[in-house]
Design a protein around this ligand. Structure first.
Ligand SMILES: [Fe+2]
Length: 188
């Protein structure tokens, strides 16, 4: 509903802008109002692009933990976050949104299991608190998913924001803590 309202509002603004331009020129070519509207219409796609691009995430080498398989997992998670962000920002439809959401949640679980096995197999001393963070996150996602099933439109923005913020902070923070330990064990 919210997305279609936004699309409707934008369409209405564009139609009104063209009307203002047409009527404005009736008062003379030197009337500044239609020229201002033309400038706004030209700038609109750039403003929109700037506003939306900030919502997408990009891989940065500072996020690397120096272990290829984990870095590849993290890159895949960022790409799935961006898929979900696309579903949230654009009228892609419910099926696309649901698929993007389940792919991100499923891959997060798959990745956590891989990371936990690596830590456990190598006797990482902070394995338990790290695993607890994963488990707490999965529980939070699960309660968001229940809310999502009850009210999709009201939940998707907050759920996407939670997944994005949590994963980025975790990759940039907690995951960096095992990097040196595992690398010292020869894991690359
Ligand atoms: Fe982790």
């Amino acid at each position: 509903m919210r997305k279609s309202l936004q699309t409707f509002g934008l369409s209405l603004f564009i139609v009104l802008a063209f009307l203002v331009i047409g009527i404005g020129f009736l008062f003379g070519i030197d009337n500044p109002v239609p020229w201002i509207m033309i400038a706004i219409l030209i700038a609109l796609p750039m403003i929109h692009k700037k506003m939306t691009s900030r919502k997408f995430v990009a891989w940065d080498d500072n996020l690397s933990v120096g272990i290829a398989v984990i870095d590849e997992d993290h890159k895949k998670l960022l790409s799935l976050i961006n898929n979900l962000q696309t579903a949230v920002l654009y009228p892609t439809g419910e099926a696309f949104e649901r698929q993007a959401l389940s792919e991100l949640v499923d891959y997060t679980k798959y990745h956590f299991a891989r990371e936990e096995k690596l830590m456990q197999d190598n006797d990482y001393p902070d394995f338990e608190p790290h695993k607890e963070q994963h488990e707490k996150m999965i529980m939070q996602v699960s309660s968001y998913m229940d809310a999502y099933e009850k009210d999709r439109e009201a939940t998707i923005d907050e759920l996407t924001s939670f997944l994005k913020t949590w994963l980025i902070n975790h990759i940039a923070g907690t995951d960096q803590n095992y990097s040196q330990f595992l690398r010292d064990k020869g894991i690359r």
